[in-house]
Design a protein around this ligand. Sequence first.
Ligand SMILES: NC(=O)c1ccc[n+]([C@@H]2O[C@H](COP(=O)([O-])OP(=O)(O)OC[C@H]3O[C@@H](n4cnc5c(N)ncnc54)[C@H](O)[C@@H]3O)[C@@H](O)[C@H]2O)c1
Length: 504
Amino acid sequence: MASANHLNRRHFVMATSAAAALAAAPRRSLAQSANEQMSVAVIGAGGRGGSHVQGYLKNPKTRITYVVDIDPKAAANRAGQIEEAQGTRPEVVADMRRVFDDKSVDAISTATPNHWHALCGVWAMQAGKDAYIEKPICHNIAEGRALVEAAKKYNRICQVGTQCRSQPAIIEAMKWLHDGGIGEVNFARGLCYKRRKSIGPLGDYEIPKEVDFNLWSGPAPYTDPKLTRQRFHYDWHWQRLYGNGDSGNQGPHQTDIARWGLGVERHPNRILTYGGRLGYKAERNDPNYVDAGDTANTEVSIFDYGDKCLVFETRGLSVDNSADELLNKLFKSTRGNKIGVVFYGSEGYLAQLSYNKCIAYDKDLNEIKTFGGGADHFGNFVDGCFSRDSSSLSSDAMCGHLSAGLSHLGNISYYLGESNPSSPDEIQAALSKIPSMDDDEATLSRTVQHLKDNGVDLEATPLSLGPMLEFDPEQEKFTNNDAANELLTREYREGFECPTGDKV
Ligand SMILES: NC(=O)c1ccc[n+]([C@@H]2O[C@H](COP(=O)([O-])OP(=O)(O)OC[C@H]3O[C@@H](n4cnc5c(N)ncnc54)[C@H](O)[C@@H]3O)[C@@H](O)[C@H]2O)c1
């Protein structure tokens, strides 16, 4: 690993043959160095890694010099695409530490599974690289804090992959909201109503021979020689050792926008979650069926900020006809997925409906304003790398930490509640103790009806109810639950410990 002494020496790949001469030069401003390209290593060459590659290929200020993947086929595919587009083939490696040791690399851009995000980012910044890190920026709260501290300590540009932050549609809608467009706004609802079928039965599956499973596992436990899920790639999202369910997958986009609109630049004070991984027995028509996933596919988390409240709802079963009248009107449909954020104002509603579309309504649901337009989030990161101005980033490490944090805090309440199967009445009794502004009862009854409509027998497979957790947003510790505090971090494998505190 490169030492911190290297941190002020930035290196560039030149579009011209003068690369060597510039290699040791300190970074100059973009205006002084229009011909310069920064050298980027893309780490994780799966589905999202492909979007990273496209983002840098189209940017004249970047050159992709490495593709890192523990799956040689995935890496070779991406390297081929890059070679065709940029004329030079990036180096292909399996171990990201090779990139950190190479002083000619300016930045890394990582789209690995979630359990790798923070360690990859911290190692990169310790080695003097700037870092674009996919959402959720971390797999747990302590890791998010480590990234915030690393970006500060090593003076690195660190952007999180919540690309909505760079879209004019959403930037303008948030400004209009903050300017009072729908009056006073104290409540936002984030929705991930997104059909997710079972990932197959829990089992004992072969690990593909070609992948390096030791490196894939990294900071997570090494479960060799078997996998418990059928599909190696992507479905890790639904196994908590690696992923964070949809509240940590789709969630960080919407909780981020919800936080932004509500103006809450901090963690919440109280958290309560109810939910379950339900409905797959009915989906498979087999009462003994056990799905390989262990994250919730049905989850309602209530985040209480004192004067503001944010609710995030995840639904993975069929979502047709399962929203309320207001949501159906705002999303202009009773059927299909609904992914977005609704702000409830004293004078109307604002709905974020996609990455580049928001619509505002008055109280009578007349459309009063629309917002559109997209922009380049990777470009925002690259510009930040050249200007060295972290404040120009649309979503820095802290922003990523707070938004990913909501998924982690919500999941902690959910995980602790798994031992507490509860009836809707028991959940309602707990909800009534939260001094929040949500329509708790209506949200619960809609959720219960949605489950019944999907064939879930709530007597046989009940919802679970998590504890109401009190959180100290400054100290980043729970004040009423020791078991919850243990879930703020994880046990790391030797050699893959994510540095925290003084070790960052
Ligand atoms: N911002 C967005 O809109 C958006 C969209 C999709 C996915 N994502 C995020 O991108 C990440 C990747 O998602 P995906 O759908 O591409 O997953 P995926 O499983 O399809 O791909 C992950 C890739 O990373 C590789 N990998 C695993 N461990 C690695 C390691 N240690 N070093 C190098 N490569 C490693 C895998 O082999 C695989 O090719 C996730 O964290 C996801 O949340 C973000």
